[in-house]
Write a protein that binds this ligand. Structure first.
Ligand code: HEM
Length: 469
């Protein structure tokens, strides 16, 4: 397996020839900026739901619009930027080849920020495309599609040029480049221009799910297969299980999309197919999680002493829980109760924040001080960041999951809608508290970054003053 310093030394190329650290840092900072915006938008929406909207009456800040900013900023602004930053580190070090072109990397960076920023502006102006999770205004879609093509070219070139066997992380990345391109095209153009009605619903369901399963998931697992063995200084437990995980995902994931639209006029054989393949993917996921815990075996203390490892494994536990939850919620029996309830919102936060954001945070915590050649300024702030985030999201997910069951029972009993809104209120207040905890965790991290960067700049200044003397 390739990884870390050893790989870079063996290549004959220096680390700086392989990795553009400035770009990695820039991606990370941009990702955190979007996460801040997204969380503020989430808080705005959450406050609206407890009738405390601080910006009431201002159309541009209406929570309906900011809900879309919340989800779009998190998916395309935080997760995509975070992953792109990590890939600019991991792919050159794994392949021992630089990306196709550094200029292209910077161009993609600028174009991507344009896409995400313009999407936000379009949404604020009320120009949303009426597609769930595909709200980007129509004129941005072709630009985003072109951006995805350029990303694929930039990263697939070093993989094509490398010699030797392809490590499992690279299979995931290769697949993700192809799948994301196809998924985006399918979800944004097909329902807009080519199919309507129930068929558009089916395509939309596939899009929502594939965005998570064929873009975010392979990126996330690919990065875990790279960083975990490096940090634990040992190879992955079972190469065979990593094969099962990859091919299982590739086979079962694309069949699941219709589970978002159970009990609709979409033909029942497709709905049943989606249910069965969803349950199948949970089994596949279990093999992946077992593989990572097998790798940790013999060194469980790392979860305590090594902070990035702690973030990674917390994310894996949340992953397992999300998938377990999913294999129940996908059944028709559960759907009767939990469809349209806050259960689904709890599930979305557990997977998007509890899993993938945790992994990106862990990678940032590992790489940022390495890039500055300086340890984190404050261990205490790092601990606050971890605990507020991990407990906050767990609390939010538990709160909304439980609420979802109560809402479902209330609706099934044909109680008036208002009754469910009334008893939801205390749960929604708890959601605000959990959200504030997560946001406070983020602020602790941002402050730590500021202090560490300040220290690094001061050290650089005194070094250059000493060399001038
Ligand atoms: C400050 C913390 C946060 C708060 C207060 C918050 C609040 C909310 C609210 C109120 C909604 C709309 C729920 C509804 O329409 O009923 C929502 C949706 C959503 N949020 Fe957050 N959120 C936060 C952080 C995050 C983070 C960090 C992520 C991802 C990394 C995220 C991902 C999502 C997703 C995917 C949805 C859509 C759920 C669905 O449509 O079912 N949120 N959030």
């Amino acid at each position: 397996m390739n990884g870390g310093t050893i790989a870079a030394d063996a290549s004959g190329k220096s680390h700086s020839e392989l990795v553009d650290e400035k770009l990695v840092r820039t991606y990370f900072m941009t990702a955190l900026l979007f996460l801040t915006i997204s969380m503020l938008a989430g808080l705005l929406m959450a406050l609206q739901l407890i009738r405390h909207n601080p910006l009431r009456g201002i159309e541009y800040f209406s929570p309906g619009r900011w809900r879309m900013i919340h989800t779009n900023a998190v998916a395309y602004g935080f997760l995509a930027n975070g992953f792109l930053g990590c890939l600019h580190w991991a792919i050159p070090r794994l392949t021992l080849q630089p990306v196709f072109s550094r200029q292209l990397s910077w161009l993609i960076y600028a174009a991507w920020q344009f896409v995400v920023g313009a999407t936000a502006v379009g949404l604020i102006l009320g120009e949303a495309q009426g597609l769930e999770w595909g709200e980007t205004p129509v004129w941005i879609d072709p630009v985003a599609q072109l951006g995805l093509l350029l990303v694929a070219i930039n990263f697939m070139t070093p993989i094509a040029r490398m010699k030797g066997p392809i490590y499992v992380s690279l299979w995931y990345f290769l697949a993700a480049f192809v799948w994301t391109f196809l998924t985006y095209a399918m979800g944004n153009f097909k329902p807009q221009y080519f199919v309507g009605g129930t068929s558009a619903g089916a395509v939309g369901g596939l899009f929502i799910h594939d965005l998570v399963g064929l873009f975010v998931t392979p990126m996330g697992w690919g990065l875990m297969y790279y960083f975990v063995p490096i940090l634990l200084k040992k190879p992955i437990w079972s190469h065979g299980l990593s094969l099962v995980g990859f091919w299982g995902l590739a086979f079962f994931y694309p069949l699941q999309g219709i589970h978002h639209f159970l009990y609709t006029p979409i033909p029942m054989f497709l709905q049943y197919g989606a249910v069965v393949s969803t349950i199948a993917v949970e089994l596949v996921v279990t093999t992946v999680v077992i593989n990572f815990f097998g790798t940790l075996a013999g060194n469980p203390g790392a979860v305590k002493t090594n902070l990035p490892i702690r973030w990674f494994y917390t994310g894996m536990i949340y992953y397992f829980l999300t998938c377990l939850q999913c294999s129940f919620q996908v059944t028709l029996t559960f759907q009767k109760i939990i469809h349209f309830t806050d259960w689904v919102v709890g599930h979305a936060h557990m997977v998007m924040f509890g899993v993938f954001s945790m992994w990106i945070m862990g990678i940032m915590i590992y790489l940022y001080p390495r890039m500055l050649h300086r340890p984190w300024a404050s261990q205490r702030l790092l601990e606050w960041h971890y605990w507020l985030s991990a407990v906050g999201v767990g609390f939010m997910a538990a709160d909304l999951t439980l609420l979802g069951v109560f809402q479902g029972w209330s609706w099934a009993a044909l109680e008036p809608w208002d009754a469910s809104v009334d008893f939801s209120r205390p749960f929604w207040i708890l959601r605000v508290i959990a959200g504030l905890a997560m946001f406070a965790g983020l602020l602790a991290f941002l402050e730590n970054i500021r202090l560490t960067t300040k220290g690094a700049l001061a050290a650089a200044r005194s070094r250059s003053a000493a060399s001038a003397d």
